[in-house]
Design a protein around this ligand. Structure first.
Ligand SMILES: [Zn+2]
Length: 124
């Protein structure tokens, strides 16, 4: 995967401009005290990661979209390959979504910023 692609930086906690500097301070979504702390500027290229106050309100819509996509994908996998476990899916999806909340939160923020910032080189 190209290092400067948007998908790479969104998935691997990198600045969408350079793909080198970290986006969130903590590498783990499960560092409970720090999982939501972001760098204000990319530690590598200095890109402004918080363009304006309230910028990340839009990331909420992004996280809804990820939740829905995730549920649909898991549902389709279960229905097609593990139909006998469908009851478990219905009960299991809620705790799974709760556990994934910090991960989705971070993913949504990175994806939201990546919409507005063009990678510096390579793939557009
Ligand atoms: Zn950067």
């Amino acid at each position: 995967m190209a290092k400067h692609s948007r998908i790479y930086s969104v998935l691997f906690n990198k600045c969408p401009r350079c793909g080198e500097g970290d986006f969130f301070v903590s590498k783990s979504a499960y560092d409970l005290r720090n999982f939501e702390k972001m760098h204000k500027h990319c530690p590598h290229c200095g890109e402004n990661l918080v363009p304006e106050p309230g910028f990340y309100q839009g990331a909420l819509y992004m996280s809804y979209a990820f939740y829905v996509a995730f549920m649909v994908i898991v549902f389709l996998i279960v229905v097609n390959f593990f139909e006998q476990y469908l009851d478990y899916f219905l009960f299991g999806i809620i705790p799974i979504l709760i556990i994934l909340t910090p991960w989705f939160y971070r993913l949504a923020r990175r994806a939201w910023l990546a919409i507005f910032i063009k990678p510096a080189a390579g793939e557009v």
